[in-house]
Ligand binder design. Structure first.
Ligand SMILES: Nc1nc2c(ncn2[C@@H]2O[C@H](COP(=O)(O)OP(=O)(O)O)[C@@H](OP(=O)(O)OP(=O)(O)O)[C@H]2O)c(=O)[nH]1
Length: 181
């Protein structure tokens, strides 16, 4: 079993890796929030709200957008963080080469087939993004696009149910406030 020191070393290496990879990326909000706030926030939801302390899950949550949105490869993830974390990051990565509508429907389909660990990352990711959407509308988004995102996110979440009552409860609170349930 890894010591606390080894775990902290790996966790810090992971945050540094993601921060370097996302360094030029910003969120879509008016303020151009540094993108790294999102993966760190997803990991924080898992520890702080859901009480998840599973190391591969937390590492995958921090790395979840590195391959999708930066030049990071799955081989690189494996080299630094091992094959288990690589598999989880693969499970939560969308293929950006696909047309947007195909990518979005694949995410709904793939949710149902995901592992328990990947489901935790997906739920926390959706929770962060939906809260962000409640906080402010991304630049260039219309109210219609916002509504469509909520509806699509609910379809994904519905295929992830039975995974974690805290995360699903927090998501349902948002869906209720948006009159989706
Ligand atoms: N709410 C919100 N989202 C932002 C912001 N900045 C960046 N995003 C990202 O935008 C994506 C959602 O926008 P879409 O238009 O639906 O997706 P797309 O960019 O992938 O086409 C999410 O990424 P994703 O990896 O595609 O996640 P998900 O849509 O698969 O959950 C989310 O993380 C922001 O300021 N607010």
């Amino acid at each position: 079993m890894a010591s606390m020191g080894e775990i902290l070393k790996l966790y810090t290496k992971c945050m540094n890796f993601a921060a370097v990879k996302h360094k030029d990326q910003r969120r879509k909000d008016q303020d151009g929030t540094p993108y790294i706030n999102h993966p760190i926030g997803v990991a924080f939801i898992l520890t702080e709200e859901a009480g998840i302390y599973d190391v591969p899950v937390l590492l995958a949550s921090i790395l979840h957008d590195t391959v999708e949105d930066t030049d990071t490869t799955f081989d690189e993830i494996e080299q630094h963080f091992g094959s288990h974390v690589r598999k989880l990051v693969e499970e939560v990565t969308d293929d950006k080469a696909l047309p947007r509508d195909v990518r979005k429907s694949k995410q709904v389909e793939n949710a149902a087939k995901s592992s328990y660990e990947a489901r935790l990352v997906k739920l926390a990711d959706k929770l962060y993004n939906l809260r962000d959407l409640q906080r402010c509308l991304p630049v260039g988004w219309t109210e219609k696009r916002r509504e469509e995102y909520y509806k699509w996110a609910k379809e994904v979440v519905d295929n992830l149910r039975g995974t974690n009552a805290i995360l699903e409860g927090a998501l349902d609170e948002i869906f209720r406030s948006e009159h989706l349930i």
